[in-house]
Design a protein around this ligand. Structure first.
Ligand SMILES: CC(C)(COP(=O)(O)OP(=O)(O)OC[C@H]1O[C@@H](n2cnc3c(N)ncnc32)[C@H](O)[C@@H]1OP(=O)(O)O)[C@@H](O)C(=O)NCCC(=O)NCCS
Length: 178
């Protein structure tokens, strides 16, 4: 299986956020992950990362079912030293708009720029495929993602009550053309 490297830019101008003395740090302040497009065969690695982060645990079929009838489904995998450390999944919501459905980074590697790399890779891919907007949503209690989305330049464009999760769902959009 051939991995497809995908372009992603890291903003090196960010201030490093060392949380421990250099000798104790496991990862550099800005980690450099390999971002690859996961095909059917690599989907299981994204599912493994999903199951480290979210509950209930899911099988690959859960994701495949969500992709059915979707146009331009894209699963990105972040790997460091060959180990999957993050995933990012999206597909077309409607012409001109790409939807970021699900994503996450393993807890020990958060705040090292991997989410940013995944998001930038998804955004670059969406732009290359003619999309003008990316939309994403999260629950109000998923504060990490709210901070993340605002920090990466998404606008909050809506909020609605989600009775399944008994929480408000916050809707974000980013214009890829401006
Ligand atoms: C949201 C998530 C994907 C972010 O991934 P990450 O790799 O930690 O994000 P980055 O390191 O690229 O962060 C980029 C910027 O977002 C902001 N940010 C990210 N996490 C933040 C947090 N917990 N608190 C405040 N700001 C945060 C910061 O501005 C950060 O830049 P900085 O570290 O230089 O200050 C990760 O926290 C995660 O997997 N959370 C659990 C799963 C989840 O909630 N998914 C969303 C619903 S699908």
């Amino acid at each position: 299986m051939q991995s497809v490297p995908i372009h992603a830019t890291i903003f090196h101008s960010r201030l490093p956020r060392p949380s421990a003395p250099p000798s104790e740090r496991k990862y550099p302040p800005v980690a450099q992950a390999d971002i690859i497009i996961a095909d059917d065969k690599l989907l299981s690695q994204a599912v493994d990362v999903y199951n480290l982060i979210f509950r209930p645990k899911r099988e690959a079929d859960f994701f495949k079912r969500r992709f059915m009838g979707r146009y331009n489904a894209l699963t990105l995998l972040a790997r460091m030293d060959g180990k999957p450390v993050g995933f990012w999944i999206g597909f077309e919501l409607k012409p001109g708009m790409f939807y970021h459905w699900l994503g996450g980074v393993i807890s020990e590697l958060r705040r090292h720029g991997v989410g940013r790399q995944l998001q930038e890779a998804q955004q670059a891919w969406a732009k290359d495929h003619g999309y003008e907007f990316v939309r994403c949503e999260c629950m109000n209690h998923q504060r990490e993602f709210i901070h993340f989305a605002v920090s990466l330049g998404y606008d909050m464009v809506g909020i609605r009550w989600d009775s399944t999760h008994a929480d408000n769902l916050v809707v974000f959009e980013k214009n890829l053309i401006e």
